[in-house]
Ligand binder design. Structure first.
Ligand code: C2O
Ligand code: CU
Length: 408
């Protein structure tokens, strides 16, 4: 976990929130690191073919990175992410606020689900998502910070900030509603202008984060997921004399959108239809116990993008935007699958059909596009460079569901 401590003003009055990082690639494959959600400068966004060359096995890569936004983020490789993230190459990235946020417990839960074989090792076939085809004894298991459970001790009346990050390759995460008040104070790292009570039915899709705030109740409790495990077991011992109020998180500076003068981009998501031959071949492959991905390729406006074409420099952008221009992307999902759509270098608002900001005014980097539905997002393209827009269901991403846009 990278935790960048509170920034400190330099003599110039500038703010310093910078790390110098060495990435040493000890894998047998090329890799890179992407700082998910941080509106960093383009050169350090970690996308091979777009912002840097892949880091080769045995190579060391140096970078100086300034993180603009306090809050809860995470990082992971951005080359064959399905396998890298599926094998657990994920970590929280916590950027502290200017002024310390006064809570008694600041907890981080990076939740992730992995397909683990009977030998306790992660299943090596990352394309294989159908349990019926897994080797005997294979289980699809949730981990919390790489373990089974978070446990803690607190006193009644203490305040807790619980940061939840879904670092799964493709599964949504949720908890049951506890019987005490819990607030969502920030979504995807960015504080809401007013916190909302934790919705009864919510889901964090891959890549998404919540910062929860609550006051410890009188009795020990657990935050259950409703699917056979709990996220956090808190043993409550004793009581504070004077409970402090829940803190306010200061909002991050997000440029206001100008919908009237915006550039509108339609983004239609389709999946390739299988021909009769492909269907027959897939059926035979299935019988043989093999996986066949033909017919599962995903398209943005009829185009698909692969990492190979990105790295060879041959891919055209989805669109261009002028620096400072508001961009509205009207996404349309023609299939039943959910797509957590992730935007690099920017955070966006969600807009209703009549042009109002919805979703509690949240500013997200990963927006859920439900099955057979439409959604519109808007953001100011204020970060120059070439930025990815892709599905954070990493299987869909591997099957072509990505593109990029250029801000000039
Ligand atoms: Cu979390 Cu483009 O990635
Ligand atoms: Cu998807």
């Amino acid at each position: 976990m990278v935790m960048v401590q509170r920034s400190y003003p330099l003599g110039s009055g500038q703010i310093h929130r910078t790390i110098y990082i060495y990435i040493e690639n000890n894998l047998s494959v090329d890799t890179s690191i992407h700082w998910h959600g941080q509106r960093v400068v383009n050169a350090v966004d970690g996308v091979p073919g777009l912002t840097q060359a892949p880091i080769k096995p045995g190579e060391t890569f140096h970078q100086t990175i300034s993180f603009p936004d306090p809050g809860t983020y995470w990082y992971h490789p951005h080359l064959d992410s399905q396998e890298a993230v599926g094998r657990g190459l994920i970590s929280p990235l916590i950027i502290e606020e200017e002024e310390p946020i006064a809570v008694d417990h600041d907890l981080t839960a990076l939740v992730s689900r992995h397909i683990v074989g009977a030998n306790g090792k992660v299943l090596s076939d990352f394309g294989e998502v159908f349990p019926s085809r897994w080797p005997k004894g294979t289980k699809n298991t949730w981990f919390i910070n790489g373990r089974k459970l978070m446990e803690g001790t607190a006193r009644a009346g203490e305040t807790v900030r619980l940061r939840i990050i879904n670092g799964s390759t493709m599964w949504p995460f949720f908890t049951e509603l506890p019987d005490f008040e819990v607030f969502v104070a920030a979504i995807d790292g960015h504080p809401l202008s007013s916190p909302i009570p934790l919705p009864r039915s919510y889901a964090l899709w891959p890549g998404q984060r919540y910062d929860l705030l609550f006051t410890v109740p009188d009795c020990s409790f657990s935050l259950d997921t409703g699917v056979g495990f709990s996220l956090l077991n808190m043993h409550v011992i004793g009581k504070v004399d004077a409970p402090r109020p829940l803190p306010r998180l200061p909002t991050n500076p997000i440029a206001p959108i100008d919908l009237q003068n915006a550039k509108t981009i339609p983004l239609k998501i389709t999946r390739r239809e299988q021909s009769g031959f492909e269907k027959a071949r897939a059926a035979v492959m299935t019988k043989m116990g093999k996986q066949d991905n033909t017919g599962m390729d995903w398209f943005f406006n009829g185009a698909t993008l692969t990492e190979a074409s990105l790295c060879s420099g041959g891919a055209a952008p989805l669109f261009h935007a002028r620096k400072g221009q508001t961009v509205r992307i009207k996404m349309e999902n023609t299939r039943i699958n959910v797509h957590p759509m992730h935007l690099h270098g920017h955070s966006c608002f969600t807009i209703s059909p009549n042009g109002e900001v919805i979703d509690y005014g949240a500013v997200r980097d990963t927006v859920n596009l439900l099955g057979n539905s439409k959604i519109e997002i808007a953001f100011v393209a204020d970060n120059p460079g070439r930025w990815m827009l892709h599905c954070h269901d990493l299987r869909h991403q591997a099957q072509g569901m990505m593109g990029y846009f250029a801000v000039v």
